[in-house]
Design a binder for this molecule. Structure first.
Ligand code: HEC
Length: 120
């Protein structure tokens, strides 16, 4: 009993699951989103997409919203390789890797596939 109720353990259990930090904002620690997105290799693309949702669920910074087929059609028409490359390298207000510095190229591609599949 003593161990699971210790202040340190309770503290560890009550940390926020994720922190979102937009480009241009002051962020408390280096890359909280990245740490969450890549900490567990078994995360699904849908879970990793949380790192991108700050912009892509809201349209923040002019990001094409996931689910907005009209916004995505011309982007999808560029072909997957272009989408992957822009997601990895950045494009205008789209930051490289969507700020998920710890996401591998394959993680990013899987997230892009998830976003595209849900935006047709
Ligand atoms: C800070 C906001 C922001 C975050 C976070 C973000 N994006 Fe974006 N994203 C944008 C914006 C803005 C654009 C549109 C760029 C343009 O066309 O000028 C964009 C465009 C894209 C595109 C389309 C590129 C193209 O060629 O048309 C893809 C794919 C994409 N983002 C993937 C991702 C993925 C994957 C993540 C998470 C790992 C992510 N984004 C996180 C802002 C963001």
């Amino acid at each position: 009993m003593r161990s699971i109720m210790s202040p340190a353990k309770i503290d560890a259990r009550t940390q926020p699951a994720a922190k979102v930090c937009l480009q241009g904002e002051e962020c408390g620690s280096a890359a909280p989103v990245a740490a969450v997105a890549a900490a567990d290799a078994k995360k699904t693309p849908k879970e990793m997409y949380n790192a991108c949702a700050a912009c892509h669920a809201t349209g923040a910074a002019g990001a094409p919203k996931v689910g907005d087929a009209a916004a995505w059609a011309p982007r999808i028409a560029q072909g997957n390789d272009t989408l992957y490359s822009h997601a990895i390298n950045g494009l205008n207000m789209m930051p490289p890797r969507g700020t998920c510095a710890a996401c591998s190229d394959d993680d990013i591609k899987a997230i892009v596939d998830y976003m595209v599949d849900n935006s047709k």
